[in-house]
Design a binder for this molecule. Structure first.
Ligand code: ZN
Length: 320
């Protein structure tokens, strides 16, 4: 029975799976247009809302993952939305879409809602839709307990960035996902645009899935690089960091000032993505402006002061 309840779609997936890119394309196509979009990031400096641009109703839940430390903030926000979506304004909203942080367990969020005496009567939780990077998915399923847990909760899995993957590797990943979650709907999307799912026969063996122990926790760190930082030095330092510590640095995100303008900077594992130039005026974007000159590094075994000292030394050299 979902009558009278507002659908909540949970969009999950590991760090760098491409959740914002996928969602941006759906919004562009008018899908989820009448949804209230909630963006949760593990870091205090939110940048994903910049990727989402002009969603009509968008709130950023920054400063804590909504499945754990940010849970109360999420529940309070959901109660607010439910209250304002009732009465005279009932029917204006088709639903809520929550883009979770890459560190979130979607099941923990669904659980928290089910335990909330108000929200359990007001929301019907759909999904979760879980995105997985088709290039990194095999490795993540074999080594990242969190990535595997996210997939295990999915009712729908979308493999992102499939164009760069060999047909054999893609088939093997699909066979593995079918083994883990036999009932889930599988699809492919390149930058949000659907691609045809290849036929994968039963002769394709799934990947071996070792039992995974909980590893070192993944944490988000902020690094101040200066509002007028030396862009060349920064990109060189980041590239060097990703080469040296690519196993530990899972994700880098931030907004920095470069000669060309404001740049949105992102990496997934060892790969720096091409920076996106942002307009100087934040008026067109929903949600708060990100702090300039701060980058967020998410990973394991990272120490904020060591990173800061390394950058200082390097920035000093680069600025000479
Ligand atoms: Zn969490």
């Amino acid at each position: 029975m979902t009558a009278g309840r507002l659908p909540l779609t949970i969009l999950g997936g590991f760090l760098g799976a491409g959740k914002s890119t996928w969602l941006r394309h759906q919004l562009h196509e008018g899908i989820f247009a009448q949804h209230h979009i909630l963006v949760n990031e593990a870091a205090e400096t939110p940048v994903d809302n910049l990727l989402l641009g002009r969603a009509r109703r968008l709130d950023v839940l920054a400063g804590g993952c909504a499945c754990c430390v940010g849970k109360e903030a999420l529940l309070a926000k959901l109660r607010d939305i439910c209250n304002s979506a009732s009465g005279a304004r009932a029917g204006e909203l088709d639903g809520i879409l929550l883009e979770t942080s890459g560190l979130a367990d979607p099941l923990a969020i669904a659980d928290a809602i089910a335990r909330d005496p108000v929200l359990v009567r007001r929301l019907s939780v759909a999904g979760p839709i879980v995105l997985m990077d088709a290039n990194l998915g095999a490795e993540q399923l074999q080594t990242e307990p969190l990535a595997r847990a996210q997939i295990e909760t999915a009712t729908r899995v979308i493999l992102t960035k499939p164009d760069a993957v060999s047909p054999d590797a893609l088939a093997r990943l699909i066979a593995t996902l079918r083994q883990i979650i036999p009932g889930a709907e599988l699809s492919l999307a390149e930058r949000g645009v659907p691609r045809t799912l290849p036929d994968v026969g039963l002769e394709v063996p799934p990947l071996p899935l070792p039992v995974l122990a909980q590893g070192t926790p993944i944490l988000a760190h902020r690094l101040a690089i200066g509002a007028e930082g030396d862009w060349t030095a920064l990109s060189t330092w980041l590239s060097a960091l990703l080469v040296a510590r690519g196993e530990d640095v899972i994700r880098v995100k931030g907004v920095v000032r470069a000669p060309a303008g404001r740049l949105l900077l992102q990496s997934v594992r060892r790969t720096m993505q091409p920076p996106e130039i942002l307009p100087d005026d934040d008026g067109g974007f929903s949600g708060p402006s990100p702090q300039e000159g701060v980058i967020v590094l998410i990973g394991r075994n990272l120490e904020a002061d060591l990173l800061a000292r390394s950058w200082e030394r390097f920035g000093g050299v680069g600025a000479k």
